[in-house]
Design a protein around this ligand. Structure first.
Ligand code: BJW
Length: 225
């Protein structure tokens, strides 16, 4: 039984029609990062941040899992492996493809979080700055997303899984955002084999034992099967 930890990023959902962040047509092209993906940006203009994530939520709902998401679900169903997917993506395409063991380290579009009391609940399709927290009744509702400067979710569980893995695979991520960008180094230091599957060499490509470059819908199914 081999233990596989798979990190996914925006590139795995690109062929489902969800835009990546750092391509020339990426999401940051329309918005400055500090406007929409920091706690300070939310406090400054929560209406703009809600508008940004309402549009992202609608795009994610309209998208369908692609051949790469489906291949990873197939891999998890194979009793010869245990598979943990650690995704930086806030869409739910892994779950809709059938993957069950998924950590959303940067949060999810389907969650709402109270900025004041920390209560979490399912996000409505459209969130506004007037929404009240169902627990404390304050108007401090935000998307349950990890912004710059905030601690990504379930880090202890991720680090433990990386150290115990036989293989670490990174799919569709540019390797620019930490701590996820450091996972390849953590895995290598623990003696874990590492593989990159990405459209092009990532920022950390030299740290991987092996790399295969091409669209996720081709390289991921080819690796799984
Ligand atoms: C395809 C494809 C196809 C396209 N097929 N591939 C040094 C060390 C540690 C931290 C820092 C540091 N320096 C600065 C920091 C802090 C900061 C950070 O990393 N900043 C960098 C800009 C330098 N990090 C943080 O603040 C994080 N928190 C933190 O560090 O807490 C302290 C801590 C320290 C140590 C341990 C633990 C904690 C929080 C980061 C939160 C990131 N949030 C965002 C936005 C919110 C989510 C959302 O709205 O969706 O998350 S930023 C954005 O980038 C988003 C993504 O999840 C994330 C990663 O992007 P990703 O997925 O890599 O997308 P792209 O577009 O960059 O790349 C896509 C790739 O796909 C490309 O390579 C394409 O080629 C490829 N591709 N089509 C295959 N068809």
């Amino acid at each position: 039984m081999s233990r596989i930890v798979i990190l996914t990023g925006a590139g795995i959902s690109a062929e489902s029609g969800i835009r990546t962040f750092r391509a020339s047509d990426g999401l940051w092209e329309d918005h400055r990062i500090e406007e929409v993906a920091t706690p300070e940006g939310f406090l400054r203009d929560s209406a703009l941040v809600h508008q940004f994530y309402n549009a992202r939520r609608a795009a994610a709902r309209a998208a369908q899992p692609n051949a790469a998401h489906l291949a990873l679900a197939e891999l998890e169903a194979d009793p010869h492996h245990t598979v943990l997917i650690v995704t930086q993506n806030v869409d739910d395409l892994h779950e809709r493809a059938g993957s069950q063991n998924v950590i959303h380290m940067h949060g999810t579009l389907v969650g709402a979080l109270c900025h004041d009391c920390g209560h979490r609940w399912p996000a409505p399709e459209v969130m506004t700055q007037g929404d009240l927290c169902p627990a404390c009744a304050r108007a401090a509702t935000r998307p349950d997303i990890v912004w710059f400067g905030e601690m990504p979710y379930q880090m202890d569980q991720i680090v433990r899984a990386l150290e115990a893995a036989d293989l670490f695979v990174s799919i569709g991520t540019s390797g620019n955002v930490y701590p996820a960008a450091g996972f390849v180094r953590d895995a290598a230091m623990a003696g874990v084999q590492t593989l990159e599957l990405n459209l092009e060499p990532s920022a950390g490509t030299d740290m991987f034992d092996t790399a295969r470059h091409g669209p996720a819908t081709q390289v991921v199914p080819a690796w799984v099967r």
